[in-house]
Design a protein around this ligand. Structure first.
Ligand SMILES: Nc1ncnc2c1ncn2[C@@H]1O[C@H](COP(=O)(O)OP(=O)(O)OP(=O)(O)O)[C@@H](O)[C@H]1O
Length: 240
């Protein structure tokens, strides 16, 4: 299996504050890889390094065999940030058109991608509405559509379901699984344990370090317990 994301000995500090400490992990192609950890553990910092928005203080990151940051990689990575980065004065359709225009797509492809992405997140009937009239859940769904607009090979989703009701959460996860089935590689951060169960592999992060990693089943077996929540508590306890 080819490796899509390779992170080697990555450290990140902001001033004197060390936020990530010697993080190494590999995401194989076609996997859903979950980064799970409490608020402030460093997940978003790591995600930003992977998409090339910031640079590690130490260590290396490769995505699709290319060192990050790299301009060409932007075409291949879809990124859904934790905060919705949408133009609130524009309609849903105008937002999608704007983001589509940033990529190497001809007019016809742009049209097709906008319609595909909107449909995927059930926003087709709402495309003519301005974002300021969208609910929080609709904005999250549109952010997911934006992340998918250029049909990227790799998807990086930072807490895609935060603030989203259970029904929509299910539908977003259904979509994530469908994207995996179509060959995409997906890295998702979450602090919800039942979402962690849906990942092929997990890394549990705390205080900028990976406490443990493996498939959900492996982790539970290793710690001889039945819930990932307990794994997290046990793994965290061992560290201390
Ligand atoms: N630009 C920055 N300057 C200084 N400190 C930062 C910066 N960005 C993040 N941090 C700090 O790094 C730590 C990790 O933050 P990060 O956002 O990566 O955590 P997280 O696991 O994603 O949390 P959450 O689930 O709440 O998003 C926090 O203590 C945060 O205050």
């Amino acid at each position: 299996m080819a490796s899509t994301i390779v992170i080697k000995d990555v450290c990140k500090s902001f001033g004197k504050k060390a936020v990530l400490n010697k993080i190494s992990l590999t995401v194989e192609s076609g996997q859903i890889y979950g980064l799970i950890g409490p608020s402030g553990s460093g997940k978003t910092t790591l995600v930003k390094l992977i998409v090339g928005m910031d640079r590690p203080s130490e260590g290396h990151i490769h995505v699709l065999d290319t060192p990050v940051p790299n301009l060409n990689l932007l075409q291949k990575i879809g990124y859904m940030a934790q905060a919705d980065a949408l133009y609130t004065d524009l309609t849903g359709e105008e937002n999608l058109a704007f983001f589509a225009s940033l990529f190497k797509l001809n007019k016809q492809e742009q049209k097709e991608r906008i319609s595909y992405a909107a449909n995927l997140v059930n926003l087709t009937p709402h495309l003519k509405k301005r974002i300021q009239d969208y609910s929080g859940g609709m904005k999250r769904r549109l952010s997911l559509a934006v992340a998918l607009i250029q049909d990227p090979q790799v998807l990086i989703l930072d807490e895609p379901t935060v603030g989203i009701d259970p029904e929509l959460r299910q539908s977003i996860w259904k979509e994530i699984r469908r994207l995996k089935a179509s060959g995409k590689t997906i890295l998702v951060t979450t602090h919800v344990m039942d979402e962690a169960e849906k990942c092929d592999r997990l890394a549990m992060v705390r205080d900028g370090e990976i406490l443990t990693s493996g498939t959900p089943a492996e982790l539970k077996e290793h710690y001889n317990i039945t819930s990932l929540e307990e794994v997290f508590l046990k793994a965290g306890g061992k560290k201390g």
